[in-house]
Design a binder for this molecule. Structure first.
Ligand code: FES
Ligand code: FES
Length: 204
């Protein structure tokens, strides 16, 4: 029989690796239906869009108003990226675009045609977790897990940008990613751990 500790750890790993939130099955509170199902009378003509996500090319037919976040979640079923506010204020939807962090709720899918998108689902290399995913698990850097995929994607960028030199610097450069559970101390510690790993790998 699985121990309660093991069960929790497995759940935490799922949140860090695929973005599965832990809160009562509420994977996407406030989510709106796909754009192409919202207003049949006023729907503009669909567009053919090519999205490159986690190394795979996807050809989609989308309402031109579809955000990148909705394209990922509703059309590609990559539900690790979360919709918190839908307004660019919480960071739960953060993904990498050509290696830079962006809030996917603020980008229209049709306008990122041809860009390389990386989501939480594409961060690990097979079974080998990204150092920041491993650090989040090690540091227990989340509670409900709803913000976690966005925190990890932003944290990866924060390290790559060279903005992880101190706890204060990390807090400043991660300020666009909110955690309503208040796991900030653990998140900062995880980013510091992953930054140290990255630095030692770069030094060889
Ligand atoms: S859902 Fe995109 S910033 Fe909140
Ligand atoms: S862990 Fe719950 S919102 Fe951050």
């Amino acid at each position: 029989m699985t121990s309660p500790d093991l069960t929790r750890r497995e759940a935490l790993e799922a949140a860090a690796v695929t973005g599965g939130a832990l809160l009562g099955g509420q994977l996407m509170p406030g989510t709106t239906p796909p754009a192409d199902a919202q207003d049949p009378d006023g729907t503009p003509a669909s567009l053919e869009v090519v999205l490159h996500v986690n190394g795979t090319e996807h050809r989609l037919t989308l309402d031109p108003r579809t955000t990148l976040l909705d394209a990922l979640r509703e059309h590609l079923h990559l539900t690790g990226s979360k919709k918190g506010c839908g307004l660019g204020q919480c960071g739960a939807c953060t993904v990498l675009m050509d290696g830079k962090r962006v809030k996917s709720c603020l980008n229209l899918a049709a306008l990122v045609d041809g860009r390389e998108i990386t989501t939480i689902e594409g961060l690990a290399r097979g079974k080998q977790l990204h150092p920041l995913q491993a650090a989040f698990i090690e540091r227990d850097a989340f509670q409900c897990g709803y913000c976690t995929s966005g925190q990890i994607m932003a944290g990866v960028a924060c390290i790559a940008e060279g903005h992880a030199g101190s706890a204060q610097e990390i807090r400043e450069w991660m300020s666009g990613n909110l955690c309503r559970c208040g796991a900030y101390d653990h998140i900062v510690a995880a980013i510091q751990d992953a930054a140290a790993v990255t630095e030692s790998v770069q030094r060889g």
